[in-house]
Design a protein around this ligand. Structure first.
Ligand SMILES: [Mg+2]
Length: 349
């Protein structure tokens, strides 16, 4: 489906490691005032003055976290940055720098790495983060990407997972489940392609879902929005593994229980249609799907009026005493204990 049509194949060994780094990083310019020294010395130098620094790191491995048969390298580079920036946003901090390390086998020519770094550069520009360092090396097999993201925040603004209280409201940004169904569509098309390579897929009915899977965005807009509304969440997390497992993280760490209401979970109409087409229960996907990179947070009940009219936010539940447990309240008003299954478990069904 997405075969490599790159005509030119320049072997990486032609450049050598330092030539390669110079080549791949030549377009990265410095925008953040906190970046004193970027790429080019033994280490980068950062100065955050009186701000606190938040750091998060992530490892992506070919065949485990991504499949290059339907994931274009440019999208992969973009997404690798997004998943890390999302973790900084989940601390209610502002992303400022990233480092990028890549290991590749010799089946990748220079042109493939250029695609990957084009995606990384695009995301760095969009999220206004400086690429301040990294490493490239060879791997025996496949592609490995590790990105570390750095961000800044005033100490009082940082939001942890353990601050939620009994009676707080549970709020989510955007909509859920679409990234997972986008993956299902891509997996199906891959199988169709393997059987008949001449088959031209018609993906018009799935554009939103595929975009959510291949080009997700981190909610870097939420920090400023909440500040404007004068709301500070009591706890926050980003939705990478799936709503239910993120709710359980917040509840366990905050020592509270939760009622999540099935009828409140925000989903896209295209998502509903495709769940029907695949004969999959939409609620199961919406709560276990993962990779949506929306933010899940809790607010004090008295802040409800400040967010209720905002289309970015949906109140999906409320927190209870820890002893009441963590439940999904279905449309039929039955209570089912939430389990942290994540999308790996879902795919085994
Ligand atoms: Mg996270």
């Amino acid at each position: 489906m997405l075969e490599d049509k790159t005509p030119q194949r320049t072997s990486l060994s032609q450049l050598g490691e330092f030539g390669l780094i110079d080549h791949l990083t030549k377009n990265f310019d410095v925008k953040q005032p906190s970046t004193l020294k970027s790429i080019g010395d033994d280490a980068a130098v950062l100065d955050f003055k009186d701000k606190k620094v938040v750091v998060s790191t992530d490892l992506l491995i070919e065949g485990v976290h991504f499949d290059l048969s339907y994931m274009p390298l440019r999208h992969l580079g973009y997404k690798a940055v997004v998943v890390n920036v999302s973790d900084i946003c989940a601390m209610n901090a502002k992303p400022t720098q990233i480092t990028v390390s890549v290991a590749v086998s010799n089946r990748f020519p220079l042109e493939a790495l250029e695609e990957l770094f084009d995606g990384i550069a695009l995301a760095a520009k969009f999220y206004n983060v400086d690429v301040i360092g990294g490493d490239t090396t060879s791997s025996q097999k496949g592609l490995i990407i590790s990105i570390t993201a750095i961000g800044e925040a005033n100490e009082v603004d940082i939001v942890y997972r353990d601050g939620a209280n009994n009676g707080d409201l549970l709020v989510v940004t955007g909509d859920l489940g679409s990234a997972y169904m986008g993956l299902q569509v891509l997996e199906r098309e891959k199988q169709v392609f393997q059987v008949n390579p001449n088959n031209q897929p018609d993906l018009d009915a799935y554009t939103y879902l595929i975009e959510r899977q291949l080009k997700p965005e981190a909610r870097h807009d939420i920090k400023d929005l909440l500040e404007k509304l004068e709301v500070k969440p009591t706890s926050m997390i980003d939705i990478s593994d799936g709503l239910s497992s993120e709710i359980i993280h917040i509840c366990k760490q905050s020592k509270v229980g939760c009622n999540l209401y099935e009828e409140k979970i925000p989903v896209d109409p295209q998502f509903i249609n495709v769940c029907e087409e695949f004969n999959i229960d939409s609620t199961t996907v919406a709560i276990n799907g993962g990779e949506d990179y929306e933010l899940l947070f809790t607010i004090a009940l008295e802040d409800f009026d400040k967010i209720k009219a905002n289309p970015n936010f949906t109140v999906i539940g409320h927190l209870t005493q820890e002893s009441e447990g963590i439940h999904l309240v279905t449309r039929a008003n039955t209570k089912i204990p939430l389990k942290a299954r994540g999308w790996d478990a879902l795919s085994e069904e």
